[in-house]
Design a protein around this ligand. Sequence first.
Ligand code: 1GP
Length: 251
Amino acid sequence: MKNNVYQKIANEKKGIAILIDPEKFSSVQRLTSLINKISAARPNFIFVGGSTVTRKDFNQCLSLMKSLTKIPIVIFPGAAHQVSQEADAILFLSLLSGRNPDYLIGHHIQAVDELEKMDIEIIPTAYLLIDGGRKSAVEYVTQTNPIPSNQPNIVRKTALAGKYQGKKIIYLDAGSGAVDAIPKEIIKSVNNLDMPLIIGGGIRTIASIKEAHDAGANLVVIGNKIEDDIDFLLDIANYSKANLTRNEASF
Ligand code: 1GP
């Protein structure tokens, strides 16, 4: 087994993951430059995946990433073919907010033959899509409805059911490019379930990263903002450094 990614996420108090959707980077040069810049900012993880990325683009991206960075790579899969030996771990997502059997168990069964032969950490993940103010790609591709963002009780019960099923991590996602990030009331509704918590979707400012961390997120995922504004990586690096300094000072 490679990096112990689950334990690292669980130990993280103010973690950052940068999400790369390989489909959005057709040229090797652009992807190389992006990965080098991400490496310099030293996020805790690089997530990779997308709703519609092909196997070829996915594998090319993973090989390139592996050759360029030491940051742990975690697959955030959109479909069964998004698996790779080059990654350190895969979030084995069950889309518990929806009722589409393909995304509850179907893709998982399709992926097991390949996964069984790979030496990557498999992390059972309760994946809940929360309404982010506009129809997301996940919503469209999976043909499921997100949980309304004013329903913390439904979110909590769904996450707890996931825990009782044996999921080890909760991922609340407002969807890529969401207009509204996950509200803190929703994050707080699941922060006492004794499960590491990943928050993503529509996070575009340091203030909203901090708000998610303060509400209980172990790890905040940033995707679109980096694609639109690469310099935001510098803000992220400064934020992480300030947190590290604060932690060291408190010892
Ligand atoms: C989406 O959580 C991720 O699945 C990241 O979303 O691209 O909006 O940051 P953004």
